[in-house]
Design a protein around this ligand. Structure first.
Ligand code: SF4
Ligand code: SF4
Length: 422
């Protein structure tokens, strides 16, 4: 299997090149994904300019194609040749494998090391959050930061907060349901929510409590997606093992793992079983749910509190790519509709995709990729916008001036739980 880092062939440069030519050739013959991103047009353009098939591609061509893949995963659920098909075609993981082999050969750059450690940056920034936030808005500082780190001066950086979500929940605790709970949840709150959007975590806890869910908040580390973004498979595997060690005992004790972050639920469900290849990883994956997916399961079981005193009205909703790639339907949209919202859903990539768009090499391209989404959000003219991905929210704000909420905040408001603190 081409995407299994536990197999020696994964790391063999000769086997990698063979797999790249083989898979690129299938894509050249098919060309169905040409409109999804810039990577496929680049592949087709380079082959068409030089010859007829993938044999004309050299190492620079292959690197150029891979460099334009931002890991949105949109091509995977579209492709008819993914495993268990005999062609074993997984374009995004092929690109990731190429980055991993290169990173092992030449090491991880300073920029990649920095971008892949959101927790260290969060821990250092939290105590001086107002100062860091002010600096991140200052043109001169951003120019210096760009020079030192390669983070584009215009990329929207998320704000830090003095009180993280983990600190809030440790101070407040979670409130037990009266009587038998409707479900038991271990919250994988994500480092983005912890450091940058604690209001999303607070809304999550209060909505789950409203629905008589028993909540545990286990210790956890970053899911490892930023490590994968820069090809550091070893660091991503170490993060997976650490989280699995905390989450698996809770799964065994009857808890479901619930997370408000699309990229993080994607990691737990789709990447951990490949990275760790253990029973623990497969069990955790099988019991992991996106937050709105979990609430819609409750609804299907007749257990969701559907008493929403404050109907949200019209909402324009962006479906994040990493949620779409999980093939779970449109649960956030459905949940907002249950709460009385009139939802216009937009299925377009925002172009952010983790750390890819932050780099000077990719920022302009990422804004181009998001253009059609920005236009659609503006044209919708809805009084409220929503997206499950905190980073997509920032990208949409950059492109439109409108800052979306997380759908759980829409639900929180619809329950009348918002007391001006979120
Ligand atoms: S990834 Fe699959 S569907 Fe997309 S172009 Fe390649 S072969 Fe076709
Ligand atoms: S994962 Fe996204 S960016 Fe990468 S090749 Fe597929 S569609 Fe393009």
């Amino acid at each position: 299997m081409i995407s299994q880092p536990t197999l020696p062939a994964y790391w063999d440069p000769v086997a990698l090149e063979r797999d790249m030519r083989r898979i690129f050739q299938y894509c050249l013959d098919c060309r169905m994904c040409v409109t999804l991103c810039h990577a496929f047009p680049e592949l087709f353009k380079r082959v068409d300019a030089k010859g007829e098939d993938a044999s004309v591609l050299d190492a620079a061509d292959m690197r150029a194609v891979g460099d334009l893949c931002n890991g949105c995963k949109l091509c995977y659920p579209k492709c008819p040749y993914t495993p268990p098909h005999a062609w074993d075609l997984d374009f995004p993981r092929l690109v990731l494998r190429a980055k991993a082999v290169e990173s092992r050969r030449s090491g991880i750059s300073f920029q990649d090391r920095m971008l892949s450690r959101p927790e260290i940056i969060g821990r250092l920034s939290r105590p001086v959050a107002p100062v860091v936030n002010a600096l991140n808005r200052h043109g001169g500082f951003r120019a210096l930061l760009e020079k030192l780190t390669g983070i584009h001066r215009e990329t929207p950086l998320p704000a830090f907060h003095r009180e993280t979500f983990a600190a809030w929940v440790a101070r407040r605790g979670t409130r037990p349901a009266a009587g038998e709970p409707a479900g038991r949840v271990a919250l994988f709150y994500t480092c983005t929510v912890n450091y940058h959007a604690p209001e999303v975590g607070r809304a999550t806890v209060e909505v789950l409590e409203q629905n008589r869910i028993e909540i545990r908040v286990p210790p956890q580390v970053c899911c490892g997606m930023p490590n994968l973004d820069c090809g550091d498979v070893e660091a991503a595997t170490a993060a997976a093992r650490q989280n699995l060690g905390r989450l698996y005992p809770l799964v065994q004790a009857g808890y479901d793992i619930v997370t408000p972050g699309p990229s993080c639920s994607f990691m737990l469900r789709q990447e951990y079983p490949l990275l760790a290849d253990t029973l623990e990883a497969r069990q955790v994956a099988a019991h992991t749910f996106d937050l709105c997916e979990y609430l819609m399961r409750l609804h299907a079981q007749g257990k969701l509190d559907t008493n929403f005193p404050d109907h949200p009205g019209a909402v324009v909703y962006h479906l994040p790519c990493h949620l779409k790639a999980q093939n779970i339907g449109y649960k956030s949209r459905d949940l907002m509709q249950v709460a009385g919202a009139t939802v216009q859903m937009i299925e377009r990539c925002c172009g952010h995709d983790g750390t890819w768009s932050m780099r000077t090499a990719h920022f302009d391209q990422s804004m181009k990729m998001g253009r059609r989404l920005f236009e659609a959000v503006r044209e919708a003219g809805a009084p409220m916008a929503a997206s499950d991905c905190v980073l997509a929210q920032l990208q949409i704000q950059k492109g439109t001036g409108i800052l979306p909420l997380h759908p759980i905040q829409v639900i929180h408001r619809a329950y009348g739980l918002c007391r001006g603190t979120l």
